[in-house]
Design a protein around this ligand. Structure first.
Ligand SMILES: NC(=O)c1ccc[n+]([C@@H]2O[C@H](COP(=O)([O-])OP(=O)(O)OC[C@H]3O[C@@H](n4cnc5c(N)ncnc54)[C@H](O)[C@@H]3O)[C@@H](O)[C@H]2O)c1
Length: 290
């Protein structure tokens, strides 16, 4: 008899690597992947946070200390995963990221640019350069890169964040074309607000941090909802994952009327109260600051 054996979607039973898995969206990805029967390497700059996540997993997980801004640490992470899994991972989620905002271009400071782009952009570049060859050799699975709605619609006083996330979108779009027909897929997640620590940790000036935390509280999705929706979209082979209605509306406005979008963002910026702190006083998190 001819039997029909369907292959499970890639997020089920996956051997997964998640960066920034010690909190928020990364932790929710790790928990959901484990719930779907996978094994998860939980990487974070804070080993303690990664270990906390592993304790929450339904199945076997591994905690690894890894600063994604450091290429050699990402390469070590790939070696660790390959050894534990006995081969290439199925799913790699380049999620680690930090918040930065509250100061306009010209007063941000190069240290802050380097710090934010080192994690938010180079971290994802390190992840893609290191893991994509492994995935291609295996000919299955894929990458989920975590960008932001800021990647397609720049908000004022968030220069380094916008630039990093736009880079992650562009990298993901490049990959999507390059991976076409290989059996390896890529999705890029572009949320607006998700209820996590991103506005508290990181380098966000006081008023902007407060505003972001309020918007997160009022309009934010839970990280669990975002993780489930993103993995489902990844399984369907969707490149863009734009989970929230406000993100979809911003996407549309930016695409249809880009100049009007820029004028609207400028008007909003003029209505915002000024941040008193110069760039040197941007708040710095204990675990992620350098
Ligand atoms: N929360 C939101 O509203 C929101 C919206 C859009 C995009 N995002 C993106 O989602 C991703 C996850 O952020 P989150 O909201 O869960 O924040 P979070 O602060 O709750 O979690 C981020 C995790 O990344 C880790 N991390 C920080 N620097 C690192 C580094 N150099 N190497 C490895 N790990 C590092 C932190 O220790 C933390 O555990 C980020 O890329 C963020 O930019 C978040």
């Amino acid at each position: 008899m001819f039997g029909f054996r369907s292959t499970p979607p890639p997020s089920y039973g996956a051997d997964a690597v998640v960066t920034g898995a010690g909190s928020g969206i990364g932790r929710a990805f790790a928990i959901e992947l484990a719930r779907r029967g996978g094994r998860v390497v939980c990487a974070d700059i804070s080993l303690e946070r990664a270990q906390e996540t592993v304790r929450l997993l339904a199945v076997r997980g591994y905690a690894v200390q890894c600063d994604v801004a450091d290429r050699s640490q990402v390469e070590d992470l790939a070696l660790f995963a390959e050894l534990e899994f006995g081969g290439a991972p199925t799913v790699v989620i380049n999620n680690a990221g930090v918040g930065i905002g509250g100061q306009p271009v010209g007063s941000i400071g190069f240290d802050n640019w380097n710090w934010a782009l080192g994690i938010n952009l180079w971290g994802v570049i390190h992840g893609c350069e290191t893991f994509v060859p492994q995935l291609l050799a295996a000919g299955r699975g894929g990458v989920i890169n975590v960008a932001s709605a800021a990647g397609f619609a720049a908000a004022p006083t968030m220069g380094p964040y916008n630039v990093g996330k736009a880079g992650v979108m562009s990298l993901s779009e490049t990959l999507a074309a390059e991976l076409s027909g290989t059996g390896v897929r890529v999705s890029v997640l572009c949320p607006t607000f998700v209820k996590t620590n991103v506005a508290v940790d990181g380098r966000i000036a006081a008023k902007s941090s407060q505003l972001a935390q309020n918007l997160m509280r009022w309009t934010g999705f839970s990280p669990e909802r975002v993780a489930v929706g993103t993995l489902d979209a990844f399984d369907k082979g969707r490149l863009y994952v734009v989970p929230q209605l406000d993100a979809k509306a911003i996407w549309l406005a930016k695409r249809l009327t880009p100049a009007l979008y820029a004028r609207g963002a400028g008007l909003l910026n003029r209505l915002m109260p000024d941040e008193p702190a110069p760039h040197s006083q941007l708040q710095s998190a204990s675990t992620t600051g350098k």
